[in-house]
Design a protein around this ligand. Structure first.
Ligand code: ATP
Ligand code: MG
Length: 278
Protein backbone atom coordinates (compact mmCIF):
# COMPACT_ATOMS: atom_id res chain seq x y z
CA UNK A 1 0.00 0.00 0.00
CA UNK A 2 1.00 3.64 -0.10
CA UNK A 3 1.60 3.84 -3.85
CA UNK A 4 -1.55 5.21 -5.44
CA UNK A 5 -2.39 8.29 -3.43
CA UNK A 6 -3.95 11.31 -5.10
CA UNK A 7 -2.11 14.58 -4.48
CA UNK A 8 -3.74 17.80 -5.56
CA UNK A 9 -1.47 20.81 -5.11
CA UNK A 10 -2.49 24.46 -5.50
CA UNK A 11 -4.95 23.61 -8.25
CA UNK A 12 -6.72 26.54 -9.89
CA UNK A 13 -9.40 26.29 -12.57
CA UNK A 14 -12.13 28.31 -14.19
CA UNK A 15 -14.55 28.85 -17.03
CA UNK A 16 -13.43 31.72 -19.24
CA UNK A 17 -13.21 34.74 -16.92
CA UNK A 18 -14.94 32.87 -14.07
CA UNK A 19 -12.44 31.59 -11.50
CA UNK A 20 -14.05 28.53 -9.87
CA UNK A 21 -11.10 26.99 -7.98
CA UNK A 22 -8.26 28.84 -6.31
CA UNK A 23 -5.11 27.03 -5.22
CA UNK A 24 -6.85 23.98 -3.82
CA UNK A 25 -4.58 21.49 -2.08
CA UNK A 26 -5.86 18.14 -0.87
CA UNK A 27 -4.87 14.52 -0.82
CA UNK A 28 -6.56 11.15 -0.87
CA UNK A 29 -4.35 8.50 0.75
CA UNK A 30 -4.50 5.10 -0.92
CA UNK A 31 -7.41 3.03 0.36
CA UNK A 32 -9.24 5.94 1.98
CA UNK A 33 -12.55 7.73 1.53
CA UNK A 34 -12.14 11.52 1.52
CA UNK A 35 -15.11 13.89 1.37
CA UNK A 36 -15.42 17.40 -0.04
CA UNK A 37 -18.31 19.42 1.39
CA UNK A 38 -19.63 22.75 0.20
CA UNK A 39 -22.75 24.59 -0.88
CA UNK A 40 -24.01 25.27 -4.38
CA UNK A 41 -21.38 26.81 -6.61
CA UNK A 42 -18.52 26.16 -4.16
CA UNK A 43 -16.48 24.47 -6.89
CA UNK A 44 -16.95 20.80 -5.96
CA UNK A 45 -17.81 19.59 -9.46
CA UNK A 46 -15.10 21.79 -10.93
CA UNK A 47 -12.56 20.11 -8.64
CA UNK A 48 -13.54 16.62 -9.83
CA UNK A 49 -13.60 17.74 -13.47
CA UNK A 50 -10.14 19.26 -13.09
CA UNK A 51 -8.83 15.97 -11.65
CA UNK A 52 -10.48 13.83 -14.34
CA UNK A 53 -9.42 16.32 -17.06
CA UNK A 54 -13.02 16.62 -18.28
CA UNK A 55 -13.17 20.41 -17.68
CA UNK A 56 -12.83 21.22 -21.44
CA UNK A 57 -16.15 19.42 -22.07
CA UNK A 58 -17.78 22.06 -19.84
CA UNK A 59 -15.97 25.03 -21.39
CA UNK A 60 -13.47 25.18 -18.53
CA UNK A 61 -9.74 24.81 -18.07
CA UNK A 62 -7.18 24.20 -15.35
CA UNK A 63 -5.13 27.32 -14.58
CA UNK A 64 -2.15 26.08 -12.65
CA UNK A 65 -1.23 23.65 -9.95
CA UNK A 66 -0.70 19.92 -10.17
CA UNK A 67 -2.59 16.65 -9.78
CA UNK A 68 -0.59 13.48 -9.19
CA UNK A 69 -1.75 9.92 -8.79
CA UNK A 70 0.76 7.46 -7.40
CA UNK A 71 3.35 10.18 -8.03
CA UNK A 72 2.63 10.41 -11.78
CA UNK A 73 1.13 13.64 -13.13
CA UNK A 74 -2.50 13.56 -14.29
CA UNK A 75 -2.68 17.28 -15.09
CA UNK A 76 -0.83 16.78 -18.39
CA UNK A 77 -3.09 13.93 -19.60
CA UNK A 78 -6.27 13.76 -21.65
CA UNK A 79 -9.43 12.49 -19.97
CA UNK A 80 -9.15 8.99 -21.49
CA UNK A 81 -5.56 8.68 -20.26
CA UNK A 82 -6.70 9.61 -16.74
CA UNK A 83 -9.15 6.68 -16.85
CA UNK A 84 -6.37 4.42 -18.12
CA UNK A 85 -4.22 5.64 -15.21
CA UNK A 86 -6.83 4.26 -12.80
CA UNK A 87 -9.07 7.23 -11.98
CA UNK A 88 -12.78 7.15 -12.99
CA UNK A 89 -15.44 9.76 -12.36
CA UNK A 90 -19.17 9.43 -11.78
CA UNK A 91 -20.41 12.81 -13.00
CA UNK A 92 -23.05 14.91 -11.30
CA UNK A 93 -26.63 14.07 -12.31
CA UNK A 94 -25.91 10.46 -13.32
CA UNK A 95 -25.72 11.05 -17.08
CA UNK A 96 -26.30 7.47 -18.15
CA UNK A 97 -26.79 6.86 -21.88
CA UNK A 98 -30.59 6.79 -21.72
CA UNK A 99 -31.24 5.20 -25.12
CA UNK A 100 -28.66 2.48 -24.67
CA UNK A 101 -29.30 -0.72 -22.75
CA UNK A 102 -27.95 -1.19 -19.26
CA UNK A 103 -25.51 -3.75 -20.65
CA UNK A 104 -24.23 -1.36 -23.33
CA UNK A 105 -23.77 1.41 -20.74
CA UNK A 106 -21.55 -0.97 -18.80
CA UNK A 107 -19.64 -1.93 -21.97
CA UNK A 108 -19.04 1.76 -22.64
CA UNK A 109 -17.57 2.10 -19.16
CA UNK A 110 -15.13 -0.70 -19.88
CA UNK A 111 -13.78 1.10 -22.98
CA UNK A 112 -11.34 3.04 -20.83
CA UNK A 113 -10.04 -0.09 -19.18
CA UNK A 114 -6.51 -1.16 -19.88
CA UNK A 115 -7.29 -4.75 -18.85
CA UNK A 116 -8.20 -7.46 -21.33
CA UNK A 117 -11.30 -9.59 -21.73
CA UNK A 118 -10.75 -11.40 -18.41
CA UNK A 119 -10.46 -8.11 -16.53
CA UNK A 120 -13.68 -6.85 -18.14
CA UNK A 121 -15.51 -10.05 -17.22
CA UNK A 122 -14.28 -9.74 -13.63
CA UNK A 123 -15.40 -6.10 -13.52
CA UNK A 124 -18.86 -7.10 -14.80
CA UNK A 125 -19.16 -9.80 -12.12
CA UNK A 126 -18.16 -7.23 -9.51
CA UNK A 127 -20.79 -4.68 -10.54
CA UNK A 128 -23.50 -7.32 -10.86
CA UNK A 129 -22.60 -8.45 -7.34
CA UNK A 130 -22.82 -4.87 -6.05
CA UNK A 131 -25.97 -4.01 -8.04
CA UNK A 132 -28.03 -7.16 -8.81
CA UNK A 133 -30.74 -5.03 -10.42
CA UNK A 134 -28.35 -4.22 -13.27
CA UNK A 135 -28.07 -7.91 -14.13
CA UNK A 136 -31.86 -8.28 -14.05
CA UNK A 137 -32.31 -5.23 -16.31
CA UNK A 138 -29.33 -5.86 -18.60
CA UNK A 139 -31.38 -5.57 -21.80
CA UNK A 140 -33.60 -2.70 -20.74
CA UNK A 141 -32.95 0.85 -21.87
CA UNK A 142 -31.13 2.80 -19.16
CA UNK A 143 -33.59 5.68 -19.45
CA UNK A 144 -36.35 3.44 -18.09
CA UNK A 145 -34.56 2.80 -14.78
CA UNK A 146 -35.59 4.71 -11.65
CA UNK A 147 -33.40 7.58 -10.46
CA UNK A 148 -31.77 5.40 -7.82
CA UNK A 149 -31.17 2.60 -10.32
CA UNK A 150 -29.65 5.08 -12.76
CA UNK A 151 -27.29 6.26 -10.03
CA UNK A 152 -26.30 2.62 -9.45
CA UNK A 153 -25.68 2.25 -13.17
CA UNK A 154 -23.56 5.42 -13.23
CA UNK A 155 -21.38 4.08 -10.40
CA UNK A 156 -21.23 0.64 -12.03
CA UNK A 157 -20.20 2.13 -15.37
CA UNK A 158 -17.30 3.95 -13.72
CA UNK A 159 -16.26 0.72 -11.95
CA UNK A 160 -16.12 -1.15 -15.28
CA UNK A 161 -12.80 0.55 -16.03
CA UNK A 162 -11.34 -1.07 -12.90
CA UNK A 163 -10.37 2.20 -11.18
CA UNK A 164 -8.07 2.43 -8.18
CA UNK A 165 -9.65 5.80 -7.36
CA UNK A 166 -13.33 6.65 -7.86
CA UNK A 167 -14.44 10.30 -8.08
CA UNK A 168 -18.09 10.58 -7.01
CA UNK A 169 -20.07 13.78 -7.63
CA UNK A 170 -23.10 13.98 -5.32
CA UNK A 171 -24.19 10.34 -5.55
CA UNK A 172 -27.08 10.90 -3.09
CA UNK A 173 -28.54 13.92 -4.90
CA UNK A 174 -32.28 13.60 -5.46
CA UNK A 175 -32.53 10.15 -3.92
CA UNK A 176 -34.96 9.11 -1.18
CA UNK A 177 -33.22 8.46 2.17
CA UNK A 178 -33.46 4.67 1.77
CA UNK A 179 -31.80 4.76 -1.64
CA UNK A 180 -29.17 7.25 -0.43
CA UNK A 181 -28.37 4.87 2.43
CA UNK A 182 -28.00 2.01 -0.05
CA UNK A 183 -25.61 4.05 -2.17
CA UNK A 184 -23.64 4.84 1.00
CA UNK A 185 -23.40 1.12 1.85
CA UNK A 186 -22.18 0.43 -1.66
CA UNK A 187 -19.51 3.13 -1.44
CA UNK A 188 -18.32 1.53 1.80
CA UNK A 189 -18.16 -1.87 0.08
CA UNK A 190 -16.36 -0.53 -3.00
CA UNK A 191 -13.79 1.04 -0.68
CA UNK A 192 -13.45 -2.17 1.36
CA UNK A 193 -12.60 -3.94 -1.90
CA UNK A 194 -9.60 -1.66 -2.32
CA UNK A 195 -10.80 1.34 -4.34
CA UNK A 196 -10.05 4.80 -2.90
CA UNK A 197 -12.90 7.30 -3.07
CA UNK A 198 -13.04 11.08 -3.39
CA UNK A 199 -16.65 11.92 -2.54
CA UNK A 200 -18.27 15.28 -3.24
CA UNK A 201 -21.52 15.77 -1.34
CA UNK A 202 -23.95 18.41 -0.16
CA UNK A 203 -25.31 15.72 2.15
CA UNK A 204 -22.65 16.36 4.79
CA UNK A 205 -24.05 13.85 7.28
CA UNK A 206 -23.76 11.01 4.79
CA UNK A 207 -20.33 12.09 3.58
CA UNK A 208 -18.89 12.48 7.09
CA UNK A 209 -20.12 9.01 8.04
CA UNK A 210 -18.24 7.48 5.10
CA UNK A 211 -15.06 9.52 5.04
CA UNK A 212 -11.97 9.48 7.21
CA UNK A 213 -11.00 13.03 6.21
CA UNK A 214 -12.98 15.90 4.82
CA UNK A 215 -12.43 19.30 3.25
CA UNK A 216 -14.83 22.22 3.13
CA UNK A 217 -14.84 24.26 -0.09
CA UNK A 218 -16.22 27.79 -0.12
CA UNK A 219 -16.18 29.95 -3.24
CA UNK A 220 -13.42 27.85 -4.78
CA UNK A 221 -11.14 27.68 -1.76
CA UNK A 222 -10.53 25.13 0.98
CA UNK A 223 -11.57 26.86 4.19
CA UNK A 224 -11.53 23.95 6.61
CA UNK A 225 -10.11 20.43 6.62
CA UNK A 226 -9.46 17.65 9.06
CA UNK A 227 -10.54 14.22 10.28
CA UNK A 228 -14.21 13.61 9.41
CA UNK A 229 -15.20 12.98 13.04
CA UNK A 230 -13.68 16.27 14.14
CA UNK A 231 -15.41 18.16 11.34
CA UNK A 232 -18.72 16.53 12.29
CA UNK A 233 -18.22 17.85 15.82
CA UNK A 234 -17.19 21.37 14.84
CA UNK A 235 -19.80 24.05 15.57
CA UNK A 236 -19.35 25.67 12.21
CA UNK A 237 -19.87 22.48 10.22
CA UNK A 238 -22.80 21.45 12.41
CA UNK A 239 -24.46 24.81 11.93
CA UNK A 240 -23.71 25.33 8.25
CA UNK A 241 -23.65 21.84 6.80
CA UNK A 242 -25.42 19.57 9.28
CA UNK A 243 -27.76 21.41 11.66
CA UNK A 244 -29.50 23.71 9.26
CA UNK A 245 -30.10 21.11 6.60
CA UNK A 246 -31.34 18.23 8.71
CA UNK A 247 -31.38 17.99 12.51
CA UNK A 248 -31.62 14.18 12.51
CA UNK A 249 -28.65 13.94 10.20
CA UNK A 250 -26.68 16.21 12.52
CA UNK A 251 -27.56 14.00 15.45
CA UNK A 252 -26.49 10.91 13.51
CA UNK A 253 -23.17 12.44 12.64
CA UNK A 254 -22.67 13.59 16.20
CA UNK A 255 -23.40 10.12 17.52
CA UNK A 256 -20.70 8.72 15.24
CA UNK A 257 -18.36 11.32 16.68
CA UNK A 258 -19.22 10.45 20.24
CA UNK A 259 -18.66 6.77 19.52
CA UNK A 260 -15.28 7.68 18.10
CA UNK A 261 -14.55 9.40 21.41
CA UNK A 262 -13.39 12.60 19.77
CA UNK A 263 -15.86 14.99 21.38
CA UNK A 264 -15.68 14.04 25.03
CA UNK A 265 -13.20 15.12 27.64
CA UNK A 266 -9.97 13.20 27.34
CA UNK A 267 -10.59 12.68 23.63
CA UNK A 268 -8.09 13.59 20.98
CA UNK A 269 -7.36 17.30 20.63
CA UNK A 270 -9.04 18.98 17.66
CA UNK A 271 -7.01 18.53 14.50
CA UNK A 272 -8.85 20.78 12.09
CA UNK A 273 -6.87 23.00 9.81
CA UNK A 274 -8.34 26.36 9.02
CA UNK A 275 -7.31 28.26 5.96
CA UNK A 276 -5.88 31.62 6.89
CA UNK A 277 -5.86 34.35 4.26
CA UNK A 278 -2.69 36.02 3.04
N1 ATP B 1 -19.87 24.99 -17.42
C1 ATP B 1 -19.71 26.12 -16.73
N2 ATP B 1 -19.55 27.31 -17.35
C2 ATP B 1 -19.38 28.46 -16.64
N3 ATP B 1 -19.37 28.54 -15.30
C3 ATP B 1 -19.52 27.38 -14.63
C4 ATP B 1 -19.71 26.12 -15.29
N4 ATP B 1 -19.84 25.16 -14.36
C5 ATP B 1 -19.74 25.78 -13.17
N5 ATP B 1 -19.53 27.11 -13.31
C6 ATP B 1 -19.33 28.10 -12.23
O1 ATP B 1 -18.21 27.69 -11.46
C7 ATP B 1 -18.47 27.85 -10.07
C8 ATP B 1 -18.34 26.50 -9.36
O2 ATP B 1 -19.34 25.62 -9.86
P1 ATP B 1 -19.38 24.08 -9.53
O3 ATP B 1 -20.36 23.48 -10.48
O4 ATP B 1 -18.02 23.52 -9.51
O5 ATP B 1 -19.96 24.10 -8.04
P2 ATP B 1 -20.52 22.91 -7.14
O6 ATP B 1 -19.87 23.06 -5.82
O7 ATP B 1 -20.38 21.63 -7.84
O8 ATP B 1 -22.07 23.33 -6.98
P3 ATP B 1 -23.37 22.36 -6.88
O9 ATP B 1 -23.43 21.89 -5.47
O10 ATP B 1 -24.50 23.32 -7.21
O11 ATP B 1 -23.23 21.27 -7.88
C9 ATP B 1 -19.85 28.46 -9.98
O12 ATP B 1 -19.71 29.85 -9.85
C10 ATP B 1 -20.50 28.11 -11.29
O13 ATP B 1 -21.45 29.08 -11.68
MG1 MG C 1 -21.67 20.23 -8.50
Amino acid sequence: MGGAALDVTRLSAGYGPVRALREVTLDVPQGSVVAVLGGNGAGKSTLLRAISRTLPYYGGASKGGSVRFGGAPLHTLTADRVVAAGVSQVPEGRQVFARMTVQDNLRAGALGSTGGRAARAAALRRVHGLFPVLAQRAHQRAGLLSGGEQQQLAVARALMAGPRLLLLDEPSLGLAPMMAARIADTIRQINAEGTSVLLVEQNAALALRLASRAYVLEVGEVTLSGPADELAASDEVRRRYLGVVDEDAADDAFRVTEQAGAAGPGGRPPALTRWVGP
